[in-house]
Design a protein around this ligand. Structure first.
Ligand code: NDP
Ligand code: 2IT
Length: 447
């Protein structure tokens, strides 16, 4: 079987074994497509059935999460933890609480996490979990009861050296606190089993900022390598959650002007530049809607379709909300309006058609696996601090994060060039992330 036939046969198995799981299939096919030259150069991988093993999660845990809402009604959600690959370290990856969470979504996120975590250069394997529970609109007491029920099953499968979950969409400091409290109560262990913890109980300084800051450090490095920078450029950022807010802070600090942000209901456009403190107040403190922004900013306007944010003329686009939020049509609008850089804070925010559009237009594209790896990298730094029973300062963590993001860019750039695709950072990220995992899997035998 030649390499093309090999890839086709693995993809056919993935499709058959995971029927209807469109997101998972999308993530796998995007990666395998770029690994062709690597598999040509390393026939031993095919011989060892490495790709067949890589696309099959090591463990899929699925469970019922019953809880009682404030009106006394019993609610049932489904919980997941997918332990995808631990060749290079304990499973590591976030938990997502959102109504559209399915096994396919968790699988695609877990699969991406393998390569992302490898790119950080730190010893962490890939995993992901979550639930179709949505904390939005729930009381703190409901969120707590849900988190306690979720952890009452999950605690059996995780541990500081086994599997270390963290946040993602719908899981922030509040949820991590409730989950940690219940883990500790069930196990009597005070250990770094979750990251993104509060600062009073083992959290790391700069973890909250890390994904957004890291995204901008990576993007700045990519821009620099191509004779550009954030300075004086208009930036559009989708979402207004953890990643989006700190991407906006850092993009502004690096000289960019953020002119639009969004949530799942709509977007705001502020020609004077987004007032980030106001967004923090609305979204982080009040848990409100982005539409409230225009009440305080007379020059700003609100649009009630979140994908219309991509029609705003900008130089740099940072999608920081969710998967497949930029389709082919939105990508064309960005390119037509002169956007020269798309860098992904969210996981898989660009559809394959969107990526094709960027590539044909020759604009700079920072793929999620590399560009948003700063969050999980800083989680790994949190794990190190927990093991040492020691805390680094904000500046120390931020400096390490910066170094990690610069390194990721360098590795991605050189892997792309080495395998004959210079400037194709999506291929470079897949290849560089893959090689370390592949090497470890080869060394560890058929497991
Ligand atoms: P948050 O829950 O803090 O924020 C999510 C933001 O995206 C909110 O503004 C939310 O709007 C919006 N959003 C969520 N789902 C949709 C949807 N289906 N359509 C449109 N908008 C949506 O999550 P994070 O900021 O942590 O995560 C954002 C992205 O970044 C995700 O793709 C996540 O996987 C990725 N990521 C997160 C990391 C982290 O450390 N947190 C690390 C690396 C990647 P609303 O307020 O209406 O819900
Ligand atoms: O997608 C991601 O990398 C995250 N949600 C962060 C995972 C982590 O373990 O910090």
């Amino acid at each position: 079987m030649n390499v093309n036939e090999y890839i086709e046969s693995v993809l056919a198995t993935v499709k058959k074994r995971n029927p209807g799981e469109a997101e998972f299939y999308q993530a796998v096919s995007e990666v395998l497509d770029t690994l062709r030259p690597v598999l040509e150069a390393h026939p031993e991988y095919q011989k060892a059935g490495l790709i067949e093993r890589l696309v099959e999660p090591e463990k899929i845990i699925k469970f019922r999460v019953p809880w009682v809402d404030d009106s006394g009604k019993v609610q049932v959600n489904r919980g997941y933890r997918i332990q995808f690959n631990n060749a290079i370290g304990p499973y590591k990856g976030g938990l997502r609480f959102r109504d559209n969470v399915t096994e396919s979504v968790i699988k695609f996120l877990g699969f991406e996490q393998i390569f992302k975590n490898s790119l950080t250069g730190l010893p962490i394997g890939g995993g992901k979990g979550g639930s179709d529970f949505d904390p939005k609109g729930k009381s703190d007491a409901e969120v707590m009861r849900f988190c306690q029920s979720f952890m009452t099953e999950l605690f059996k499968y995780i541990g500081a050296d086994t599997d270390v979950p963290a946040g993602d969409i719908g899981v922030g400091a509040r949820e991590i606190g409730f989950l940690y409290g219940q883990y500790k109560r069930l196990t009597d262990l005070y250990e770094g089993v979750l990251t993104g913890k509060g600062l009073t109980y083992g959290g790391s300084l700069a973890r909250k900022e890390a994904t957004g800051f890291g995204l901008c450090y990576f993007t700045e490095e990519m821009l620099k390598a191509n004779g550009k920078s954030f300075k004086g450029h208009k930036v559009v950022i989708s979402g207004s959650g953890n990643v989006a807010i700190y991407a906006a802070v850092k993009a502004t600090a690096l000289g960019g002007k953020v002119i639009a942000m969004s949530d799942s209901n709509g977007f705001v456009y502020d020609p004077d530049g987004i007032d980030i403190e106001l967004v923090k107040q609305i979204k982080e403190v009040n848990r409100g809607r982005i539409s409230e922004y225009v009440k305080a900013r007379p020059n700003a306007t609100y649009g009630d379709k979140c994908s219309d944010i991509w029609g705003i003329k900008c130089d740099i686009a940072l999608p920081c909300a969710t998967q497949n939020e930029i389709n082919g049509e939105s990508a064309k609008k960005l390119v037509e309006n002169g956007c020269f850089c798309v860098s992904e804070g969210a996981n898989m925010p660009s559809t394959p058609e969107a990526i094709e559009t960027y590539q044909q237009a020759g604009i700079l594209f920072g793929p999620a696996k590399a560009a948003n790896a700063g969050g999980v990298a800083t989680s790994a730094l949190e794990m190190s601090q927990n093991s040492m029973r020691y805390s680094w300062t904000f500046e120390e963590v931020d400096e390490k994060l910066h170094g990690i993001m610069v390194n990721i860019f360098k590795n991605v750039e050189s892997a792309a060039a080495k395998y004959g695709m210079p400037g194709n950072y999506a291929a470079g990220a897949n290849i560089a992330g893959f090689l370390k995992v592949a090497d470890a899997m080869m060394a560890q035998g058929i497991v």
